[in-house]
Design a protein around this ligand. Sequence first.
Ligand code: ATP
Ligand code: MG
Length: 332
Amino acid sequence: MTQKQTLVSGIRPTGDLHLGNYIGAMKDIHRLQKEYEAYFFIVDLHALTTHPKPELIKPRTRDAVRSYLGAGLDPNQATIYAQSSLAAEISELHLYLSMVMHIGELLRCPTFKEKAKQHADHVSYGLVGYPVLMAADMFIHGAHKVPVGADQLVHIEIARDIARKFNSMYGEILTLPNGMVEKEARVPSLGGKGKMSKSLGAKTYISLQDSKETIENKVKRAYSDPTRTHLSDPGHPTVDGCNVYHLHSYFSNEEVRKDIEKRCSDANIGCVRCKQMLSESIIELTEPMQKRALAYSDIDVDDILREGAKKTQESAQVTIAKVRKAIGLIQL
Ligand code: ATP
Ligand code: MG
């Protein structure tokens, strides 16, 4: 029997999980947890780089677990844990990795520049090192695969770079991870500027927990084709031509998309109806997930995280012992 490859996937508890997180990191959970030795974790330590709110981290961590469970994650198939449960192990690994990583590359990283702009009042040392800690999250389990949205691919490249440098100094210790991105997934924000992001506020995204009414209201206000001012103007139902169509491309089936492409180009459907159709597609996706998520109490969620922590700590210790030996640290 061939051994399964390892997969690692994380989401920061910086707000409600949204449709972008679903497409970038959750959509294929059913399949992935069967095919891989899978670790799904809530990235609470990384949340401290931009969202250090003691009163919010715990409830958001539990909500994120619930959203994962709602999306079909099964604790009997995959390991689910909070990043902080491995704080000792990944902090140590992060320290070793920080010695091989060049600071210039981190400062030039586009995700760092973007976050530094968003949080200009407090650009921490931790924020600069974000990709290094993320590399530790992957190496601690020897991850082969990391499903991410397109925005995170640059971090996978950094992790591969670190692994190459580390291995050339100390031997073949770290596994080079591969990103898994489906068609450059980058769900746009409702306002049409940038991607949906938890930290940009609930008005810019649709949460996996939003009610039917909230989804309808948010979609009604979503930015659409700016060139279409009258019903009689033909629209531009393409990913680049209309933000609402871009969202349809992720959430509506082919039949709906084809119908919109035809009728919008012919000016036979207005934006109001097109948006209703988008709401219907989204609600069809989120409603069953919400029902499944609600079945788990805080106590259930904590039990799942405790069990996951136990499993990951054991294997993380093995990695750390290997790394210390390779580096040549004294063993007493
Ligand atoms: P934050 O604003 O706090 O950075 P976020 O919404 O970007 O939050 P993350 O926790 O950083 O979410 O990312 C979790 C996963 O979701 C990553 O794999 C990321 O690539 C993916 N992801 C985030 N936003 C999108 C999006 N709009 N489209 C596709 N994938 C996304
Ligand atoms: Mg992000």
